[in-house]
Design a protein around this ligand. Structure first.
Ligand code: AMP
Ligand code: MN
Ligand code: MN
Length: 318
């Protein structure tokens, strides 16, 4: 169990540390990266020594995020020490790659918005109502009276807009939009961010052309899925947006993207209209939100499909 902090206590814990290590979750998205980068920037301005570790490839289209060059890949034979270890947007200890082994810090703080949070950290700030950790960041700055500059605002806006599908997903609330409006008042240009973020690489589009013909409908058309087999997998090629294609189809409740990242190891991304995605993902030691969740199934892709479809069928019958 974690000690639950409020925003003020979270701010105090952050300011009490002289050195901090920030860490993002694997398969990093713009919520984990933008939230970490914006908060780090503020803490650096307060004279703190801050390191950012990300144990995964960072999508090239995220290179516009202010400060992204600070992200370091942790090395397995190194030890990273600090007063405070801050884990951002990760709901469990196994979501941060080798950072859970190489970081030695006096205290551990987790800032998260996943309903499936496992309370792995000593200190936790959790807001499962927040559409993104970026939204929590805006709250934190406001509660603590911290000054936010344009670079921080760009990071937090990108964090928020990514996790709420540019204000279209069901997690978008009036507060989400109010927070975003405050960031626009600091000079954020949503169109400019979209031009960066919405840009697909040629390799991604070529891969999509191969993945799309695998589309299959199951459980009387309530499930649609696409598959990326291991022979086509290249970790440098972003597939972030693929799952959305199967989510928005007439009659489909659950859209799934199966990606065989190693022979016998299949990464699963789920998006839903009605069924609880997180409830399915946790059955495979994954997690996420009610409408968006993920997990890794230790099985070849077709076996993983069978296992996940069986779990969905049960969940739908409830
Ligand atoms: P994705 O399908 O990878 O975009 O993930 C959808 C949501 O589920 C995001 O909020 C992820 O952070 C979360 N998620 C994905 N995989 C896992 C996992 N293995 N454990 C916990 N949360 C996950
Ligand atoms: Mn995330
Ligand atoms: Mn998030």
């Amino acid at each position: 169990m974690s000690k639950k902090l409020n925003l003020k206590e979270t701010g105090e814990l952050l300011l009490a540390a002289k050195s901090l290590i920030f860490c993002c979750h694997v398969s990093p998205d713009c919520d984990t990266l933008g939230s970490a980068l914006g908060l780090m920037r503020f803490l650096e301005q307060q004279g703190k020594q801050v390191t950012l570790l990300v144990d995964d490839v960072i999508n090239k289209s995220f290179s516009f995020l202010p400060g992204i060059a600070k992200a370091q890949m942790p090395e397995a034979d190194k030890e990273y020490t600090a007063d405070l270890f801050v884990v951002i947007d990760a709901s469990s200890w196994d979501r941060i790659g080798i950072c859970n082994q190489v970081v030695k810090a006096k205290q551990l703080l987790n800032i998260d918005h996943h309903i499936s949070n496992t309370e792995f950290a000593e200190y936790l700030y959790l807001d499962a109502q927040a559409a993104a950790v970026g939204e929590i960041m805006v709250d934190l700055f406001e509660t603590c009276g911290w000054e936010m500059d344009k670079a921080m605002a760009d990071n937090f806006y990108t964090a928020i807009s990514t996790d709420c599908g540019s204000f279209r997903y069901s997690n978008t609330t009036p507060k989400t939009m109010r927070q975003a409006a405050k960031l626009l008042e600091l000079g954020v240009n949503p169109n400019e961010i979209n031009e960066n973020l919405g840009l697909n690489s040629v390799a991604t589009m070529q891969l999509l052309a191969k993945v799309l013909p695998t589309i299959t409908f199951a459980l009387e058309g309530r499930v649609a899925y696409i598959k990326l087999t291991n022979d086509l997998y290249n970790k440098e090629t972003s597939t972030e947006t693929f799952v959305n294609i199967v989510r928005y189809i007439e009659g489909v409740d659950v859209g799934i993207f199966f990606k065989e990242v190693e022979p016998g190891k299949t990464r699963v991304s789920m998006r839903t209209c009605k069924t609880d995605a997180a409830a399915i993902a946790v059955q495979f030691a994954g997690g996420g939100h009610v409408r968006a969740a993920g997990c890794t199934v230790m099985a070849p892709i077709d076996e993983a499909v069978d296992q996940v479809l069986a779990a969905i069928a049960k969940e739908m019958d409830k």
